[in-house]
Design a protein around this ligand. Structure first.
Ligand SMILES: [Zn+2]
Length: 368
């Protein structure tokens, strides 16, 4: 089991899946690997990006569990794509986020073909989580590839992320009056106007709230655009804000409060991503929690993620979704690694969890 996981994860690291071409190659590699292990797969393509699903188990009884993994990784130096095993750790770009989890999900699926479960399992391997997931997981959900419960194998150190903040990216554009830089009193400086309002925006009432799992929302001034020439009063300045709001907050209310605070500015929403609000007492979550305690010998912590993942596309339809993955460190940074033993444990936990699902009937029909 361990050798298979190390070999498979290493192969995926070597794919260097940071471009559409490399990602598609990685999807084909996984398709081939699964087919060679007797797993029937379906290849999908959306706007030039490939992805795959594999469905096993009965179609009309029991629950459907979605195992979702992304094959794309963030860029790194060439040496990051040479896998290296040292002191029980597998180092390499994507080992922790989340090629190790993908390998465990693939190995488990191959295993389940030999011993079919009583519930249905859909394995989804997607190409673009790091870029927002719109072409991969969002597309599959739209196409009806959903279930009663979803596990995204994001790096969580065997803890369970039941909630995630929502994403609200906003452009706030201030206007001024251009004039010659030697006579600024004749103009109105838009950059100065934006600077004067920034603190007010960053400390609006919604920023003072908290919720279960989250002490605060977050507010990041990500980009500023303004000014053309050194001898000119700028007549335009745009602030680009990346706000991560609490699952209990309403993005429309947040936008309203921004508009109210700066009525002189143009406020435009650039991107929105729903929060994830999976109930910590959901029976699937509780069952996964028990399987982890049983196999790992330690209670996992239920927590909220500050960032967003593909879970949100399922959560949008009220499907309970969690992030749950192996132990490691330094994802998106130098010297990323995954603990090899945790990959073995991870695969065993998933298997135990699936065995617990056997015989359970569908709690409800999922309506889109
Ligand atoms: Zn990830």
């Amino acid at each position: 089991m361990k050798e298979t996981l190390v070999r498979l994860t290493s192969s995926l690291i070597q794919m260097e899946s940071t471009t559409p071409e490399r990602i598609n190659y990685s999807v084909e590699f996984c398709a081939d690997w699964l087919q060679r292990h007797g797993v029937p797969i379906r290849l999908w393509e959306n706007q030039g990006l490939k992805m795959l699903t594999a469905t096993i188990g009965p179609t009309n009884t029991g629950s459907t569990l979605v195992l979702n993994g992304h094959l794309d990784v963030v860029p790194g130096h060439p040496e990051n794509f040479i896998p290296r095993v040292e002191a029980g750790r597998l180092h390499g770009r994507g080992s922790y986020d989340m090629l190790g989890a993908v390998a465990a999900m693939m190995a488990l699926t191959a295993d389940l073909v030999q011993q079919p479960p009583k519930c249905r399992i859909i394995l989804q391997l997607v190409p673009d989580e790091e870029k927002g997931g719109e072409l991969g997981s969002a597309y599959l959900v739209e196409q009806g590839s959903i279930g009663d419960f979803v596990i995204c194998g994001e790096p969580t150190n065997l803890d369970i992320a039941v909630q995630a903040k929502g994403v609200l990216q906003v452009k706030v554009e201030f206007s001024g009056v251009a004039a010659h830089g030697s006579r600024p009193w004749l103009g109105k400086n838009a950059i100065v106007a934006a600077m004067q309002k920034y603190n007010q925006l960053a400390t609006l009432d919604f920023m003072q709230e908290s919720s279960r799992f989250f002490p605060v929302p977050s507010f990041n001034l990500a980009k500023i655009e303004g000014g053309v020439a050194l001898n000119q009063v700028p007549d335009r300045c745009a602030l680009y804000l990346d706000i991560r709001y609490l699952p209990t907050q309403n993005p429309a209310d947040i936008l309203d409060s921004i508009r109210l605070a700066v009525p002189e500015a143009q406020v435009e929403m650039l991107r929105h991503g729903s929060p994830v609000t999976t109930d910590e007492f959901d029976p699937f979550v509780q069952s996964l929690h028990q399987s982890t305690a049983h196999i790992f010998g330690k209670e996992s912590v239920l927590f909220g993620q500050d960032g967003s993942a593909d879970t949100r596309f399922f959560a949008q339809y009220g499907i309970p979704a969690v992030e749950f993955g192996p132990i490691g460190a330094n994802h998106h940074g130098p010297d990323e690694y995954v603990e090899i033993e945790s990959l073995v444990i991870y695969q065993k936990i998933l298997k135990h969890f699936i065995n617990q699902l056997e015989g359970k009937v569908n709690r409800h029909e999922i309506k889109k």
